[in-house]
Write a protein that binds this ligand. Sequence first.
Ligand code: NAD
Length: 334
Amino acid sequence: MENVLVTGGAGFIGSHFVKRILAAENVARVTVLDALTYAGHIETLGAAFLSPRLAFVHGNILDAQLVDDLMARHSMVVHFAAESHVDRSFAAASTFLSTNVTGTHTLLDAAMRHGTQRFVHVSTDEVYGPLVEGTATEESPLRPSVPYAASKAASDLIALSYFHTYGLPVCVTRSSNNYGPHQHPEKVIPRFITRLQSGEPVTIHGRGEHTRNWLHVEDNCAGIDAVLRGGTPGEVYNLGGGTDLTTRELTDHLLQICGKTWDAVTYIPDRPANDVRYSIDSSKAAAQLGYRPERRLEDGLAETADWYRRNPDRWAPLMRSPDPGGVLTASGGR
Ligand code: NAD
């Protein structure tokens, strides 16, 4: 039976993952380590927060003593904690570097000392940077173009260096853009849904031709779980959703789901460093781990919109989060 330490487990993806592994037969205890930044809320854990098999530690991954104490009592680590919003990284890159790079290193160092059996570092397809054509495989060069992606690329390389240097059994997952219930309304899908449901307009940067691959959060968690159980140490696994959409195509889906027309949309000049296209090849995870995203985009978006409609008490207070660079008041972005 395993004791699993989940960092960032009160955030969007981490909370879904915690609920998933609490149901696993071979997991004895799950400890969530989360600093509860503007992006973390224990409410996202729902009933899981009350489980006798869950321990919640309010703390920072940069706290080396705390991390060392926790690592001594856990055989597996799944590391989600990060500053995750690209637009915020334009205004506050130093926080991204300290949490995403130094914080990851703090965890790795403790894991190495305590002989952790498995360390899954959760990363992003944004480390590959923009692709004009084709898809990124795990062998593709890392060409991040924004501070968020650069900080994640740095953390990926440090994580893999702990495998090569010390033999720490690290795996890295790189997923595409996630969506689903409990995502912070600063991200594009919940922001568009909540604005459209409130009768407010949404704005699209540039001509709306930026392309992203959309993955339901539960499919990402299933992929991360597969990597935790069966990934080969030292390997990277892309986890894509199989649905590439331009911002215009995504907006069209959301307008239909929310019963609105293109009259609700205005266009604004593109922002700097808005990567034109991401696309990843997940065939390695499919072949080696049986990874298969199951959620149809139309179903996942409709279910997500329904969750935001039914739970204004969960997302409306988040609109009062600290807002460097006006990321909550602008309505494009990702
Ligand atoms: P999120 O912003 O919703 O959650 C991040 C969590 O980390 C929050 O609970 C926050 O309180 C916690 N945290 C932040 N700094 C911390 C610190 N110093 N110490 C301890 N806890 C801290 O993020 P998310 O969207 O759930 O993303 C989770 C991970 O997945 C991140 O590593 C992100 O880079 C990666 N990822 C996200 C997406 C996506 O579309 N959301 C896509 C690919 C990869």
